[in-house]
Design a protein around this ligand. Structure first.
Ligand code: RIB
Length: 313
């Protein structure tokens, strides 16, 4: 049977400027092209999971504005099921993004409609209970994430939390997590290391993994182009390198990784295989411009996975 993933999360319209260099605080730089691209960590991960082969549902909110129409259209075109999408009075979420020549980005999100997504009803809870995996991020109210997590626990649905953007979380919410996916900054915030801005401690992968395993049973620590580190309470420790690619824009590479990982987890694939396959999805995404526009289809993930990780004849 096709694996099912339900994403409870955000949708944003990304307003993206390409620039030779990213500005420092107080600096103005002259950029190049400007584009609008449907994004938002929740919507990106829903599109990523659908393109990676899952039956995917999205619960979230967009405004009754033109951006809301476009965000809905993007999700529908990707095959994401939208019975739980709310249209609310007010603007849709927006992300201001600058991408530099080295494919790095800066992102600021104005939550808009995402902040109005505060209540899950009985139909939402039943849907979560019926799916293989619940996938959340932190661009919607934390109480909504907690409601979704409680429904997942009630239905024995696996709960994967991508704790992005970084926010401190309660022990009660973390206790419901089956797999935590974080980058080093997010991990440092959750582990309470100087607000996540102490670079030397955020670089200490074993310290981060050990700190997080006190709160959750499994941790995936994403390391950008270097790949990921994984640890669980059964003592498994894995390091998986990412396939080397020519990166154009790393926006949504983490979403491609997390969406694909959720699909592999829902399918019950062994963890090392799931991590490699998800790394292939993230690397494939970084080769293209934009958020939803760059999320790979399953055959593209499979091709990069085979090339990077399978012995060549
Ligand atoms: O992860 C990338 C996403 O972060 C962008 O699409 C932007 O909308 C922000 O949510």
């Amino acid at each position: 049977m096709t694996a099912s993933v339900v994403v409870v999360g955000s949708a944003n319209m990304d307003l993206v400027v390409a620039t030779p260099t990213l500005p420092r605080p107080g600096e103005t730089v002259l950029g190049e092209s400007f584009t609008t691209v449907p994004g938002g960590k929740g919507a990106n991960q829903a599109v990523a999971a659908a393109r990676a082969g899952a039956r995917c549902h999205f619960l979230g909110a967009v405004g009754l504005d033109a951006f809301g129409d476009e965000l809905k259209g993007c999700l529908a075109t990707a095959g994401v099921e939208l019975d739980g999408l709310r249209r609310v009075v007010g603007p849709s979420g927006v992300a201001l993004i600058a991408v530099d020549a080295a494919a790095e980005n800066l992102i600021v999100v104005a939550p808009g409609a995402n902040a109005q997504f505060t209540v899950l009803d009985a139909v939402d809870r039943e849907l979560i209970e019926s799916c293989d995996v619940l996938l959340c991020q932190l661009e919607i109210p934390l109480d909504t994430v907690a409601q979704a997590a409680a429904a997942a626990r009630a239905g024995q649905t696996a709960f994967i939390l991508n704790a992005a953007p970084a926010r401190p979380l309660s022990a009660g919410l973390l206790a419901l997590v089956d797999v935590l996916v974080v980058n080093q900054t997010e991990a440092a915030v959750l582990a309470g290391l100087d607000g996540g801005r102490d670079a030397s401690r955020a670089d200490n992968v074993p310290e981060l993994l050990a700190g997080l395993l006190a709160a959750v049973p499994r941790v995936v620590l994403t390391l950008g182009a270097a790949g990921v580190a994984y640890a669980d309470r059964d003592g498994t420790r894995l390091e998986v390198g990412a396939p080397p690619v020519a990166a154009v824009d790393t926006t949504a590479a983490g979403d491609a990784f997390t969406g694909a990982f959720a699909v592999a987890w829902a399918q019950g694939r062994p963890v090392e295989e799931a991590l490699r396959w998800a790394c292939a999805a993230g690397a494939a995404c970084a080769q293209h411009w934009g958020a939803s526009t760059s999320l790979p289809l399953r055959p593209d993930i499979d091709a990069l996975y085979e090339r990077a990780y399978q012995p060549q004849p």
